[in-house]
Ligand binder design. Structure first.
Ligand SMILES: [Zn+2]
Length: 319
């Protein structure tokens, strides 16, 4: 009787600490950062409490502050002055993110990950080039290659194609290698769902599609096997890290990636996940710090090695 009396190991804080199965290392967390070419002063993002977009002139200082708080990696998103149908600011060697990368790398030692997509740079807000209202892979891939190469040239430590275009990883890998950036890894948004939880990001990055939605390139939330096919394809195509997005509603996919692949697995706790917890905490409905820690630990327990989170700085610095 009572052979599996599990409470024995829960009886003291020291025993609980000793038998804890997962920990979150500050080096596992990545802080998303917005750099906005259209502003001269910090712009708080209303729907992401505690998060602001920063002007180019202040971006290095902002990232330096993050580094001093203990943040060791950032994911950079840009908002350009100029948008057009082909997102030309995205692959301008003097584009907003290319300039930001140069300025950050001159001032800090953090890992700078750079998003590779067109949605912040196209006037229609889609992640690729449109033909008759549809995003076309063949027209989009050469531009993704140019974005990745200009970012690598600017000094980005890693590039992250986020648009779910077929062929993105292999074409970016070949263009990086051809340009001499064989050492720049690719973190692929390998399983990215067409999620309602991205809403606050689109306000932050001014990247909502002007017409239609992203269901022709992002995955339907009902699909599990398709996610595994997408991940396996990106692994074969040369991804160095595979990412799942959103996180809390995709814990099954994170676990499947962990069990099926040897590559590092990243998960993106997206803007809506962060905003839900922060807003509920703000109204006194839940304990925000505990809910956030629990959420991050659940993502870790599901098998994520790396977590991209708007809460990274606060988690690491304890405030
Ligand atoms: Zn995009």
């Amino acid at each position: 009787m009572h052979s599996d009396r599990l409470r024995r190991m829960r009886s003291s804080p020291a025993l609980r600490r000793m038998t804890s199965e997962n920990t979150i290392n500050p080096a596992d967390l990545v802080q998303p950062v917005f750099v906005d070419e259209t502003i001269a002063a910090e712009r708080p993002i209303g729907c992401l409490p505690g998060i602001s977009a920063h002007p180019l002139s202040g971006i290095a200082d902002h990232v330096k502050e993050l580094e001093e708080s203990g943040v060791q990696a950032i994911m950079l998103f840009g908002i350009p002055v100029h948008k057009d149908a082909v997102g030309s600011s995205a692959y301008d060697t003097d584009g907003v993110v290319q300039k930001a990368v140069r300025s950050i790398k001159g001032a800090c030692d953090v890992v700078v990950m750079a998003d590779v997509c067109l949605c912040e740079y196209t006037d229609h807000g889609h992640c690729g080039i449109l033909s008759e209202g549809r995003v076309v892979d063949e027209a989009t891939l050469p531009l993704l290659q140019r974005i990745a190469v200009t970012l690598a040239y600017a000094g980005a430590d890693l590039v992250a194609p986020s648009g779910m275009m077929d062929g993105a990883v292999s074409s970016i890998r070949s263009s990086l290698d051809l340009a001499g950036h064989v050492g720049v890894p690719i973190m692929s948004y390998a399983a990215k769902y067409n999620s309602a939880f991205y809403g606050p990001f689109r306000e932050a990055a001014c990247s909502s599609p002007k017409m239609g939605d992203r269901s022709s390139y992002q995955m339907d939330v009902s699909n599990y096997r398709e996610a595994l096919r997408s991940v396996a394809r990106d692994v074969k195509d040369g991804a160095d890290i595979i990412m799942v997005k959103p996180a809390i509603s995709s814990l099954d996919i994170i676990r499947a990636c962990r069990d099926s692949h040897e590559l590092p697995v990243a998960a993106y706790q997206v803007s809506g996940e962060y905003a839900m917890i922060m807003c509920a905490a703000d109204q006194g409905i839940i304990d925000g710090a505990r809910a956030m820690a629990e959420s991050l630990m659940a993502i870790k327990r599901a098998g994520a090695d790396i977590i991209i989170s708007y809460y990274a700085r606060q988690y690491i610095s304890g405030r």
